[in-house]
Design a protein around this ligand. Structure first.
Ligand code: NAD
Length: 356
């Protein structure tokens, strides 16, 4: 039998732990895994593009455990009442190749993306950053807000979305959380207005094109940009000139994947970037002063899902939540008798006897 974690299980876990605590602890796991970057097998994800979206597979392994995530991105889905991003994933034992865990990763992707964003900001943003603009107020946005509030401490959050109903939903959800009682929530009339006075700007919009959410006049010296929504070829959020601003330093997760999918797909192949693993490994101090502009060009890397799957597994046990089991793989008395042990006549009568 294979362990199974569904949406209900993740919701129970979050209810027990709290979303901020979950994100902060997951960020620690992700950091620990980035610190052993060399242990991981790395590849750019496999993407199947269509006119309306993308379906991707994201594998990695550290030689003991293998993981992969299935994830889609379909910005027009919400108009049909469907999520833009859904995901599930598998953790497997490298020694036997057996899957150990099949898990929902839709909610967990939002949690891990927030964990990674806030973690990157901790390393890159000015230490006194307290005001964040949050542009794109859809499914990911509450998670981003909670992650930044928990890990950096926000005084003000400035919200903007083309869809006012999305902003109203975000504001309603955040106001209901105790940790946001002391945080000023401001609705802005435009992305430019949201950016005014912000120390950090998070862009988490969905549009399958080279959108221009941020232009150079909106970006001020000392800002940290957390660019989350541009994560596919032909799908970006920053005007290319933002990447050309003086004293701009760009951090990516895994350079070969980010050159294809990140904001830096707009730049020449030798445009300088630093991988996050090098930042946390101490090889490259990124911010050299209060006027540097730092950009986390987030696309999402398989290592973060590996960390999330392992963390989910451990948390279930810690919170005494019983693991559900599914019969994804046959359990056989004779491993060479797959037929007889599953669909052969003997197996059927055994099953009938068992269930009688
Ligand atoms: P969503 O569709 O639920 O929300 C996106 C929001 O962006 C919508 O409310 C939409 O109205 C708004 N929007 C679109 N264009 C805009 C514009 N020009 N200005 C302001 N708002 C605009 O999608 P989601 O699940 O929240 O995902 C957001 C994005 O994040 C997607 O592009 C997704 O692919 C990406 N994503 C990235 C990662 C990562 O690791 N980097 C992980 C998950 C999702």
């Amino acid at each position: 039998m294979v362990d199974y974690i569904g949406v209900v299980d993740v919701a129970r876990l979050i209810a027990a732990v709290g979303p901020g605590e979950f994100i902060a602890r997951l960020a620690d796991e992700i950091l620990a895994d980035y610190r052993r970057w060399g242990d991981f097998e790395k590849s750019a994800r496999l993407a199947s593009h269509s006119a309306v979206g993308v379906i991707e597979l994201m594998p990695t392994s550290d030689g003991r455990l293998f993981s992969f995530k299935y994830v889609n991105g379909h910005p027009k889905n919400t108009a049909a009442g469907l999520l833009t991003v859904t995901a599930f994933g598998v953790l497997a034992d490298v020694a036997t190749g057996y899957p150990l865990l099949l898990s929902e990763l839709t909610v967990t992707t939002a949690l891990r993306t927030a964990a990674m964003s806030a973690l990157a900001a901790r390393w890159l943003a000015r230490a006194d950053s307290r005001v964040m603009a949050l542009i794109g107020n859809g499914a990911q946005s509450e998670f981003q807000a909670i992650g930044f509030q928990r890990m950096l401490g926000l005084r003000e959050l400035r919200l903007f979305d083309l869809d006012p109903a999305a902003t109203a939903k975000l504001e309603r959800n955040l106001r209901a959380l105790p940790e946001f009682q002391g945080v000023r929530l401001t609705r802005a009339a435009s992305a430019a207005e949201a950016c005014r006075g912000a120390d950090i700007v998070t862009t988490v919009t969905a549009d399958k094109r080279n959108a221009v959410i941020l232009t150079p006049p909106m970006v001020k010296p000392g800002m940290h940009l957390n660019a989350v929504g541009g994560d596919c070829p032909g799908k970006t959020e920053l005007h290319a000139d933002v990447l050309r601003m003086p004293d701009t330093r760009v951090v990516v997760e895994y350079e070969p994947q980010s050159r294809i999918e990140g904001e830096i797909q707009q730049m020449e192949p030798d445009y300088p970037v630093t991988e996050f693993a090098a930042v946390v490994g101490g090889a490259a101090p990124l911010r050299t002063g209060g006027r540097d502009i730092t950009i986390f060009d987030s696309v999402g890397f398989a290592l973060e899902d590996y960390s999330a799957l392992r963390f989910l597994y451990a948390l279930l046990d810690e919170n005494h939540i019983e693991r559900r089991k599914i019969d994804l793989v046959p359990a056989l008395l004779d491993p060479k008798d797959l037929f007889g042990g599953t669909i052969g006549a003997g197996a059927q009568s055994r099953r009938w006897r068992k269930s009688a």
